[in-house]
Every structure is written in structure tokens, then in C-alpha cells.
Design a protein around this ligand. Sequence first.
Ligand code: FBP
Length: 547
Amino acid sequence: MKKSALQKARAAYQPKLPIVLTGAVKAVEGKATNSVADQEDIQKLFPNTYGLPEIHFEKGPAVKSAPINVGVILSGGQAPGGHNVISGLFDGIKKVNRDSRLYGFLMGPGGFVDHKYMELTASYIDEYRNTGGFDIIGSGRTKLETKAQFDKGLEILKELNIKALVIIGGDDSNTNAAILAEYYKSINAGVQVIGCPKTIDGDLKNEMIETSFGFDTATKVYSEVIGNIQRDCNSSKKYWHFIKLMGRSASHIALECALQCQPNVCIISEEVEAKKETLNDIVNSIADVVAARAANGNNFGSVLIPEGLIEFIPAMKALIAELNDLLADNAEEFAKIDRQNQLSWIVDRLSSENASIFNSLPEGVARQLCLDRDPHGNVQVSLIETEKLLGEMVGRRLNEMKAEGRYVGKFASMFHFFGYEGRCADPSNFDADYCYALGFNAACLINAGVTGYMSSVRGLTKPSVQWTTGGIPITMMMNMERRHGAMKPVIQKALVRLDGAPFLKYAAQRDTWAINTDFIYPGPIQYFGPAEVCDQPSLTLRYEHEN
Ligand code: FBP
């Protein structure tokens, strides 16, 4: 692999491991846990792995351990730092015993089921340390959920004498890790399953998991380009930039970028839902900001839009929920309908209220809502061009306001979508350290003999050497939700809390940012230099955890 000068320099970076993990550790059990909701249902579904205690690691006596073979899977969307989770895991199991071996399943959970794997050797791993991407073994979105898949996977685990499987994934993948852990325990398969919290979306977090990895780097990449765009528009003073930001459901990414860049408008989906706003309410509020700035002679600005917005507009949410059930219940019949008749087939079967909303949508958006689903049944919101939908509607609204004499100015819009360009960036120092610690800590959990746990590294606003580490039973994070028309146990998604510090900081300043030009230009991620430039965690993390 040919490397850039930065890659070469970066390869030498040694992630700063929490002090506790630098020597021998002992696992200390905390109190027994309960799921966040629906305790009875979750307990019934996870009789062997429900109610396990939290674990934290403390310095302990060195104990000689036998070598262990471990398998690893990268699941779902890429997130900066995945390679460091794997290198931390590798170093961790080698520290347990230098004859331990690590196998990577190729292209996600599919590789596990289809027995596609490779052994990850020291020289191979070294090529990927501190780099972005998931190309070390590839990733995929195959959903691991059936007994047949679990049994097929077990065959290869037995063949390779693998005693523990580490699944690096988001909420859905870690949900499936918990189901797999429960199943293997119920049949005494002798295989532990450990999860690691991954997703740039930042929505896999709770009291025990402070953030998912990748969020820090991805938001820094987006903030850099948003800042550059803001500086460009403040220079030419002639465009309004509508910028959609990735994040399937929660608006954490948009909110973090708003805190970093101080745009004129940032929509927070969770607020839209709480205030029961319609698409027109959102359009009107943006148009009002454009008009107010125009009145001051400023015909330019920036609008941040979370990609999941559409699903949070209550009327759209009700439509999507009905579509989900309709398509899940009639999957076979729907699959036989010609493309040109699909939309009318759906309209004929929707309630009249939802049918009229569905009919009012541009065809592309309507089609996207019912056709393009990922294997977990989620609408692929990253494909919906909400930024154009809003930009065009704002333009129309401004024309009406002009006719009413309420707007004088010029409105020219530009559209952007930032998502994929942030998912494989070289991890920031924060993510490089955090991911390496998550992987190394997963090795300690394996050595402690537990299953159904997620690797947990905490105290993340402190310098990395002071971080604390341990494991959280995955069942603790679960509740029951409707998926594909049926109630399923899933890890509860963390949405933006409207009473949380990050949102309150934003809400306190947004009216000023709307009218003034208070842009911040964060600049690119820095890997070398003073700690205040290179090692700062996200503002979301800082505000959520500063006292
Ligand atoms: P994960 O939840 O698997 O980490 O993926 C997050 C994400 O990047 C979302 O922000 C986005 O909506 C989605 O993946 C895009 O999926 P794909 O990579 O399949 O296009």
C-alpha cells in the first residue's frame, strides 16, 4: 500500500492507553443491572444474560492466561477509528498470551455466516494503525438475527477454535450481539460475545457509554468544511448554503457542528418533533431568518439540516410508521408490483390522511420512503434530498413574502450533503486513543470470561491516561420497539435531549447567530501540536460531562 507523508508520520502515533490498562487488571463486579425499560419482556427474552453486573477494571496481580483465539466483525457504516479498535484488541489479546490469535471476518456479519475470514497478523495490523476506514477487513450491513446464521457462524468458530467474538457496531449490531451472546450461552457453545460502540451518528450512548467512536472525527471533518463554506459565503456575500449532515436519526452531528461553527440556522429534529412542527413551520422559520438578515443587507448565510429530519416531522412520522407496517405485512405482494404502479398501490392502501400527505410529496421523496430500506428496515434517510426540498420551499416562501412586501433581498441557494467524506477520515487523537482503549479493553473483558457485554471506557473529557474502563451488560441498554411490524428487543437510541446541556447552549445563542454573522472557522483536524489544538473532545461530550 503506497502511503502519504501524513500516513507515514501518523503510523508512528502511539495511542495513549488509560493507566489502568497498562498493567495486569482484575475485573471488579458492580451491582446487578436492569434494562432501561420493559424489564419483564427483556428478561424473558434474555434469561441467561439479563441482570448481569456492571464491571470495571482495577490494577490486579499478573495471572498467567492460556492463549485465546478471537474473531472480530466490523458491522454497519464506517466510523473513524475502527482500525484502532482492532489493533487495540490485537495488542490486548497478545498481552494476555503472545500465542493468542485474531481472525477478522470479511465484509461484516456476512463474512461470519459465509465463513469468509483472514488471520490478522502483526505485520498486517501495523499497516492500519491510526488510519481511517474499515478496509482492514471490510464492513457490511447483513443483519445477524436467525438461529440458522448463529449456527452457521458457530461452525467456523469451532473450526478456528475461536472462543470470543467481538462485534464492532452501532445500536442494531450490538442488539444482535446481545441476541447472539444469549443464544451461545443457552446452548453452552463456549463462545463469548463482546460489543464495541461504533457510529458517527453519536446515538449509541447512555450513562455508561459516553459516546460512540467516530463521532468526534466525523464532526470535526464536517465542521472544518462548514467553516470553510461559511468563510466563503462571508467573502462573496451572495449565497445561502443549505447543508445536510449525516446522522440517520438523531441530530447529534448537526448540533455538534452548530456548536463548533455558529451557523445562522440549525434545525434539530428532536425539537421539531417536540413542538409538533410541520414542514411549512420549518420553511417559514428559515425564511424569516433569511428576510431578517436581508433587511440588514446580508443576503447570505448557512443552514444546517440533520439528515433524519423527515422522520421527525410528526405527520411524516405517522406516514412512515403506516408504510412500515403496510410493507412488512405485504412484502410478497408488493415485490410483484411493477415500478410504475408501486406508488398508486401504496396510496390505495393508506389511510386517507396519510394518502394525501404521501400524494403531496415529490415523487423522488415518496419513492424513497417506501422503496429504499436498509436490511434493518430503516428508511435510508441519507438518500433523501431534504436540503433541496427545504431550499426550494424557502425560495417559494420568500417570493410570497416579497409579494406581501415583507422581504426585500436576493436569494440564491447552494446545496451540500456531508456524510460519507467524514466516515473514513484518519481518526482524531481523541478517536485514535478512545478506539485503541475500547479494543484493548474488549480483550480484558474476554480474559475476564464475560459475555453479552459492551466495552466501556469513561471519563472521556479527562486526559486519556485517566480514563476508566470496564464492561456494561448490553441487555441493560435495551427496550422493546416496533420493528418490521412486530415488537423487538433493541438498544434504545439516544436522541438529542432538549433539556441536555449541548442543546441548551445552542438554544441560548441561536437567535443571535441567526441575525449576526458570528461564524466560527474551526479549521482541519490537527494530529501534531499543542493539546488544546489536537486533543480536545467534542463540545457535545464536554458540555454533557462538565460539572
Ligand atoms: P451506522 O449506524 O451503521 O454506524 O451508520 C451510520 C450512517 O453513517 C448514517 O449516518 C447514515 O444514514 C447511514 O450510515 C448510511 O448508510 P450506508 O453506508 O449504508 O449508505
